[in-house]
Ligand binder design. Structure first.
Ligand SMILES: [Zn+2]
Ligand SMILES: [Zn+2]
Length: 323
């Protein structure tokens, strides 16, 4: 059966999400390894409460405003609209996470999303292998598909000169941050504000991706796809909403990820703040986007729903799908 096309991934009749080779990616691997080894060696030697605070604040800001809101919800999913200068600032902060540039982030997200939506896909896209093999695959390798789909970024983003600049310099973007931290707090701030932050962010990102595709609590499931997403609700606070991954598979375009009662979603709180400042509009929610095919409510796993949650999902039928 021919593969489906998704947003930026155009399938031909040969496109195949299953067959390919996992290859070691030198640049990415050496980057992650040097940050992690640097952190393991120097973090214990330079620990102080102020260095820890620098790490916590910078990690929180870069993951919440940059990675979750800027890169994921805005640039990748276009789940709301913002003035271009706001989008640029948020995507710049997202680049500071140290994972990839804007185009690299879009590709990494969309190729996995494309593969997971097919009826079957390669183990790498599904996080199906053992803990350590998955760690090596996801953080040090990439899958070279024999017959990949065509990847087309929309003109507006592909031609954006600021995004092109960030894409070609994303590793170097740590240099001004490192210099500023060194001036303000010396070597300990540099170690905790760059090496520890980048290695914890990248390892944490993989850990959430690993467990959020393997099992757990689920409010909805999607029929006829290779991979399901699950909510890791305990980590909702420290991932700024990103760990409600079952919700994200159910409503990929929604700006809000914490949909059930009690699911704290600080990324969503920030989008609401932007909205109140007049800087976010056309916000997409489960109630105002077309429902994806095969979506099914898995009522048995649900926590008690609040009145607000009921209202939010009032037009999501309990049992749907044409399969
Ligand atoms: Zn997923
Ligand atoms: Zn996504």
């Amino acid at each position: 059966m021919a593969a489906l096309s998704t947003g930026r991934m155009l399938s031909s009749k040969h496109s195949d999400p299953l067959n390919g080779r996992v290859v070691w990616v030198a640049g990415k691997s050496l980057w992650v390894a040097s940050m992690t080894i640097g952190a393991l060696i120097f973090a214990p030697l330079t620990f102080s409460l102020d260095a820890l605070a620098v790490f916590a604040v910078l990690t929180g800001v870069t993951i919440c405003l940059g990675h979750s809101v800027g890169m994921h919800r805005l640039l990748i999913h276009q789940s709301f609209k913002a003035p271009i200068w706001v989008e640029h600032i948020l995507v710049y902060i997202g680049t500071l996470v140290g994972m990839a540039g804007p185009f690299g982030m879009i590709y990494a997200h969309d190729i996995r999303d494309w593969a997971q939506r097919q009826r079957e896909c390669h183990d790498l896209f599904a996080h199906r292998r053992s803990f350590f093999q998955d760690a090596f695959w996801q953080m040090h390798c990439a899958l070279s598909l024999d017959n990949p789909p065509q990847f087309i970024i929309e003109e507006r983003i592909a031609r954006d000169r600021f995004y092109r600049f960030l894409e070609s310099t994303w590793m170097l973007q740590q240099v001004p941050v490192a210099a500023l931290l060194f001036i303000l707090g010396g070597f300990p701030w540099l170690v905790w504000g760059v090496a520890v932050r980048v290695s914890v962010s990248l390892t944490g990102h993989w850990l959430i991706g690993h467990f959020a595709h393997r099992g757990g609590e689920q409010g909805w499931s999607v029929d006829d796809v290779a991979v399901q997403g699950y909510n890791l609700s305990r980590f909702g606070l420290i991932t700024f909403g990103e760990s409600y991954h079952g919700n994200h598979h159910a409503f990929p375009e929604s700006a809000r990820l914490g949909l059930e009662n009690g699911q704290v979603d600080l990324g969503w709180s920030f989008i609401r703040f932007l909205q109140r400042m007049g800087l976010a509009s056309s916000i997409k929610l489960p109630s105002n986007v077309p429902q994806r095919a095969g979506l099914r409510r898995v009522a048995s796993c649900l926590p008690q729903r609040s009145a607000q949650s009921k209202e939010l999902h009032s037009n999501v039928p309990a049992k749907t799908g044409g399969h």
